[in-house]
Design a protein around this ligand. Sequence first.
Ligand code: FES
Length: 908
Amino acid sequence: PPRPGQCLRTYLRERGWFGVKKGCDAGDCGACTVHVDGEPVHSCVYPALRADGRKVTTVEGLADPVSGQLHAVQRRFLEAQGFQCGFCTAGFLMTTAALDADLSADLPRAFKGNLCRCTGYRAIEDAVRGVRHTEDAAAGCGVGRNVPAPGAPDVVTGRARYTFDIDLGTAALPGLLHMKLLRSPHAHARITAIDTRAALRVPGVHAVFTHHDAPGRHFSTAQHEHPEDDPSDTRLLDDTVRHVGQRVAAVVADSEAAAEEGCRRVVVTYEVLPAVLDAEEAMRPGAPVVHDKGEWAGIARPGANVAGEVHGQTGDVARGLAAADVVYEETFRTQRAQHASLETHGALAYFEPGEKSAGPEERLVVRTSTQVPFLVRRSLCALLDLPPESVRVVAGRVGGAFGGKQEMLVEDVVALAALRTGRPVKLEFTREEQFTGATTRHPFTVRVKVGARRDGTLTALQLYVVSDTGAYGNHAGSVLMHGCGDALALYRCPNKKADGFAAYTHTVPAGAFRGYGLGQVVFALESALDELARRLGLDPLAVRERNVVRPGDELETVVGAESDLRIGSYGLDACLEVLRAASASQGAGEPAAPDGWLVGEGSALTMIAAGGPGGHFADARMTLTADGAYELAVGTTESGSGATTAHRQLAAAELGIGEERITVRQADTDAVGHDTGVFGSAGTVVAGRAVVRAARSLAALIRERATRNGPLTDHGLLTGHGLLTGHDPLTSHGPLTGHGHATGTPRTVAFNAHWFRVAVDPDTGEIRILRSVHAADAGTVINPMQCRGQIEGGVAQALGSALSEDVRLDGRGRVRTAAFREYRLPAFADVPRTEVRCTPTADTIGPAGAKSMSESPFNPVAPALANALRDATGVRFTRLPLTRDRVWRALAGEASRRPSDGPGNSHG
Ligand code: FES
């Protein structure tokens, strides 16, 4: 029977119904939707006892129990690929399956209880309405086709296995301990005493870990190929807390309830210290110091609250500004935003017998939701003094990441607890912890100064940037460098300058986030260029067109890291054409603006390097087994970006076989050699190159053996299908394995451009998007359906940041928006359809001519929207998000200023 107070979701998951997902505990996200007597309910807020005597159906029970045939809804989600990471999918399937005809006509209402962070909802709508995107996949092989994701059947049936979708019962993991973290209530304090005795007396509590138990070593939670990219300013558990929500103690117990009770019984004495919550204040002399220890490696200016800084210039900006006919200068601000992947951070540590005869008898396994298993292993070994062969890190399917899982936020503490207790240990963040104890996007303040001649030719571009890295400097300097560098490199200009500072504050740490700083800087720069053009009386798009880089140009980031940057192919001119065509036309089904509303249009462009500077490594192995199967091993995880599908297509194209013949093993440090991970737009372009090389090397081995065994026929390996069977002479001498390795250098660039037509209600500040068009130069598109999905999802996530999402803190540094209903993630009703146009080019660097298209669609959305708003209202909005209140207040202010100021000169 259920435990008292147990929710139906936990009850079902404990019995192995892993299709029921945990995304929140508040009935907000719908990932846990099941049917009770045919009615969809959020099982996280439904008492298990209430289901007694009723019929409960989970996604595993949707298919016909006799024939095993998929439910029509499951089939439709397969055919439209109505998912990316798939963590929300079971919930959407269950809601859809219960829809009656009326409700399916009103999907915004029907889906008000289900959130998806990945897709932007269009693929879900297509699925519900029966659109089939995968139907052309049957023909041919290789790239350019809508091949379904290999994990698709598992996703729609609830069989896909995310981090905690494994048997955690006594038989599988005897002695499993559950961990809960006690977190700081103070923004800045020193722990003067910590008493764990009462906690240890709680029945079921096995151990309590505090800073006394943690290694003295400092590290960064950020995971990069080069650890020195980030300041080593973090301890596993520290005697100083620097933000509300920082870990203070970790309690492990037989149950989560006991661990929670243990946390409540830990007695901590704090000496509360002064705190600084604002980045610009933190850089002023006399501000409270966040980190004062100069000996910790990598802090740019310890004692001055500067975690990282970038400086660079080309030409002479002062001279460039003097030569300009018009100069525009303004300060722009972006807010704190959260990744909000539906699967929270979590890890499970346990032991398994060592594999190698020379290795340890037992080794530690960490199963975790990560983008970077190999880097996590390396960090764990360095932190806990472990040899690499004694640690294995493995990821299941990852339920969304968006950069947030390029950190080590849970693995260190579960590994420590497992090693100290000798027992398996599990830690899963709650949704509230995801907001208070994980990372956010860096808030940026960007002062832009741009100058141009009368004809629109740029003479000077200058950026002064302060980012708020929060209490720790993970990704601080590199986000700053990437944001400034890629933004400046898009434009030809003889005089450019950038000065950037990442400041420590006593707030929740920032980290890697889709776009990696570029979205913040581009919001400022593209807004400023738009305003500059207006003041020149020129078309903003024409001004950009006049100044953008061209094929053959050397890319100049100003802040370094450009030496291996190339324009491997150029589709920006075609992207601009798409925007022009949109502006000159009416969209199919484009709604008219309501009477009295203000209408305007705006656009923005971005360029992004595919992969980070300094090397990004990937390793792949492709095996033709003795029984004729193809196995691809690759280090990357699958978090919904579709890298796995792209890898299979690339390998299939090299070998001339159908993708369905290839099975993929991934995200396991046992599978291949070192792999930097899936981030920085590297999944397709870097790991994809390793895959192509592995497949090519296998093809060469096959050819060699075939030559020895006799000539290939016309129906042979490289020209057709089905030659290599279990009894083929090629494989009768044992398996063949090809290896591939890629270094991520040189790096190519991808281009994105977005255009909006909007209507704004001057009485309320409501913004209605009438038409949204996105043009992308993704090189050769490997999988059009998937590429479009990435773009739609990126645009939707960016719209959330542009319009509503905001991690708000109170005056004491506490997060006030630690639940989905307060944070305002876009729901189905909030996301308009975006027309996506890919402008094909053949990249000379990327695999099979492909470029990246996972994080880049995010970047131009907010400035395009702000520029459309400016066009409609005459007000330049300089601060995100563009909430209805903010827009209304600015318009009210503008109205009260007229006519003396005239329109177009005010700011919101
Ligand atoms: Fe919906 Fe990832 S596919 S949350």
